[in-house]
Design a binder for this molecule. Structure first.
Ligand code: SAH
Length: 356
């Protein structure tokens, strides 16, 4: 972390690690929070601009550390106001984050991996395979970079870990990122109520999400063991539908909170009335809501999006059975910024409109 001759990435340090770093320099303890505030709250990009540190310390720091912000971000702006951020990491790999305005909300969708270790057949990211996990500073950088982009009358209201990757497969970085996001003295001061972690169903790790105080969304997408394994082979291998639902029932939900179940609707595959009725049975008695996501197509995708009428029919079966059910609007489709559309399309990227 702070070995002589190595460069420390400041945004990649947790608070205890920052404290260790500061002590290794023989600086007073309060310097840890000073530095954390500069890089998280004030989004500083240049170490020598830390004006409440003595110039001598700033010089020392800039010789032994970097802040860890990404070098380059390209913005794709959709006609519907959605902005997709294509972030180039320091090793040249690219990830995506998406800013989605909707009425009074402005939601940021953040990635946790480059690619994904799962292979869900309906998701473009799955086709890339897993390149690597994102580090803490790379997750935080997406949030800071999105914040840098906003005009003075905009502010982010919600943050969802639903971008590229499986958040629960990168749990250490996820936990550290949520800690920085929700820390008030030096971090971004978000309430956990406005943060949602979405998982394809790593059942044994759900309790670790509960401890973070954020919301949990589970991508269910199928109502039989067989179909789930067909649509989400790797996720199905990790946990059966039955064990996943059992873990959801055991989940220590805080009062006034509920689980979210996501269900991608694939025309003629999992959108029948029988599927809806089975879903009702599976979720019976759980404090939850359902988000239906009509399939977002991408070049070469093997599925089709159901008609609006079919989506509404599916929704009405759930609603009539007493399940709070919402249909997720598809946003940013023209820039491939909607659910399941994040990822590499070699040679097939839309022209970028703006560079930041
Ligand atoms: N790995 C995590 C988070 C990323 S996917 C998870 O599975 O939850 C975020 C959501 O998008 C999931 O609910 C997933 O089922 C959904 N999704 C993936 N591909 C999609 C597509 N092509 N159309 C609509 N939704 C999709």
């Amino acid at each position: 972390m702070t070995f002589p001759g190595t460069v420390t990435t400041l945004l990649g340090l947790t608070e205890p690690q920052m404290m260790k770093f500061v002590r290794a320099q023989r600086w007073p303890d309060y310097r840890a929070q000073q530095i954390l505030r500069w890089i998280h709250q004030r989004r500083l990009r240049t170490i020598t601009d830390m004006t409440d540190l003595p110039m001598r310390d700033r010089v020392t720091l800039s010789q032994s550390a970097t802040i860890g912000r990404s070098a380059h971000t390209t913005i794709l702006s959709s006609q519907d106001g959605t902005r997709k951020l294509l972030v180039t990491l320091n090793d040249g790999l690219m990830i995506e984050a998406v800013l989605i305005p909707d009425d009074e909300r402005l939601t940021l969708c953040v990635s946790t991996q480059v690619g994904c270790l799962l292979d869900c057949g309906f998701c473009l990211t799955g086709r890339m395979g897993l390149k690597r996990n994102l580090k803490l500073h790379e997750i935080i950088d997406q949030i800071l970079t999105a914040q840098d982009l906003l005009s003075s009358d905009e502010h982010m209201t919600n943050l969802v870990f639903m971008g590229m990757g499986e958040p629960l497969a990168n749990l250490d970085s996820l936990k550290a990122a949520v800690t920085a996001l929700t820390n008030k003295p030096w971090g971004l001061g978000w309430s956990g109520r406005r943060v949602t972690v979405s998982t394809a169903g790593l059942a044994s790790r759900l309790p670790e999400v509960a401890a973070l105080g954020v919301n949990l969304a589970i991508s269910l997408n199928a109502t039989t063991e067989e179909q789930r394994r067909e649509l989400m082979p790797a996720a199905g291998e990790i946990a059966s539908l039955r064990s996943l639902l059992a873990a959801c029932r055991r989940y220590p939900l805080a009062s006034h909170r509920r689980l979210t179940f996501e269900y991608v609707l694939l025309a003629g595959v999992n959108d029948h009335a029988d599927d809806a009725r089975r879903l009702v049975q599976l979720l019976r008695g759980m404090r939850c809501k359902v988000n239906l996501i009509p399939f977002n197509e991408f070049p070469g995708s093997p599925f089709q999006r159901p008609s609006e009428q079919e989506v509404l029919r599916f929704q009405s079966i759930l609603r009539e059975a007493g399940l709070d059910t919402f249909v997720r609007k598809s946003r940013g489709q023209d820039v491939l910024g909607a659910c399941g559309q994040l990822g590499e399309l070699p040679g097939n990227r839309p022209p970028y409109l703006d560079t930041y």
